[in-house]
Design a protein around this ligand. Structure first.
Ligand SMILES: [Zn+2]
Length: 105
């Protein structure tokens, strides 16, 4: 019974043939990606291109989503109203944290 690495999703690396076959992609375990591999067409050395492995796409938009979520978490949830007496001469609307989120002209 041999448990191989099958089923694991491995990142794709881009290689470029030392001859003129162009580039191709191979997947390797992330810790085990060689600097060169064999070109599938001419069997010569192909050099790995310097680029980040592709595990998927849309990671940057996911980061943006995380960022905006974090930002809204920074807004105070619990804000007690001003103590009686301090509202004199002030509009109570500007002290309301809920209203503060609204776009102002
Ligand atoms: Zn080649």
């Amino acid at each position: 019974m041999v448990s191989s690495g099958e089923g694991h999703q491995m990142p794709l690396y881009e290689f470029r043939c030392a001859a003129d076959c162009g580039s191709f992609e191979r997947s390797f375990p992330m810790a085990d990606a060689p600097g060169t591999t064999r070109c599938p067409r001419c069997d010569r050395d192909a050099v790995r291109r310097v680029s980040s492995p592709r595990l998927g796409h849309g990671s940057s938009s996911a980061m943006n989503l995380l960022d905006s979520t974090k930002r809204s978490a920074h807004e105070p949830d619990v804000v007690t109203g001003p103590p009686p007496g301090t509202t004199a001469g002030r509009s109570p609307v500007t002290n309301n944290p809920l209203h503060r989120r609204l776009p102002r002209p």
